[in-house]
Write a protein that binds this ligand. Sequence first.
Ligand code: ADP
Length: 229
Amino acid sequence: YIGNVSHELKTPLFSIQGYVESLRDGAVEDIAIRDRYLERISNSSERLINIVKDLDMINRFQAGEIDLEYSVFDINNLVKDIFGLLELEAEKNKAQLKLVSSQSAIYVNADKQKIYQVLLNLISNAIYYVNRKEATIVVHITSQTENVLVEVEDNGMGIKEDSLPRIFERFYRVETSRNRRDGGSGLGLSIVKHILEAHHQNIHVSSTYLEGTKFSFNLEKSEKPPVVN
Ligand code: ADP
């Protein structure tokens, strides 16, 4: 585990060190190049901060230190917000984002910010691990008797059967160069699992290599909250 942490921290740290040294040598006189180096230093620092934040969240979940803040909200709206945020990223990867919901508004009782994080991680993975020119990512929201079923389905590169049980482990990444995301740390799905387990829910995954992947989980269904004046 410690080996994994240091491995993930090494890349951005060495990148920062390299650019700082070049700037300190005074050899870079061109302002445009200097700005580019500063930009890379800033990106690598941000990446380090994100890894440390993710690790901190996982540690706090494991120590039982995270209390959920439950509220009632419309899950369809949350999905639409995330689609808005990821629109450009999806366009870049030629992926189409679709919401298919059994009703126009569906209310759940959950920690909104944390479920936002779950969906953001799942949908951004689906966008990243695309496999074809016309990629489609569909989020299905289905109201059931007591629960709301949430499914994130893509027609991307899929995951081989032997890797499937390991993808929720901290720092686990499918070991092929194609599957290695530049910005990824292998912590996203581990966080998803912790958040859902804190909600007393499981995350399920089914995948066919080179065809696509579907992640699904339930949330507690709720009635629409009363309007407060
Ligand atoms: P990463 O930061 O590498 O994306 P994650 O924990 O989010 O880390 O995912 C773990 C691994 O699972 C990824 O490296 C990738 O190989 C695989 N994976 C996750 N989501 C998908 C998906 N939708 N399609 C194909 N592979 C996926």
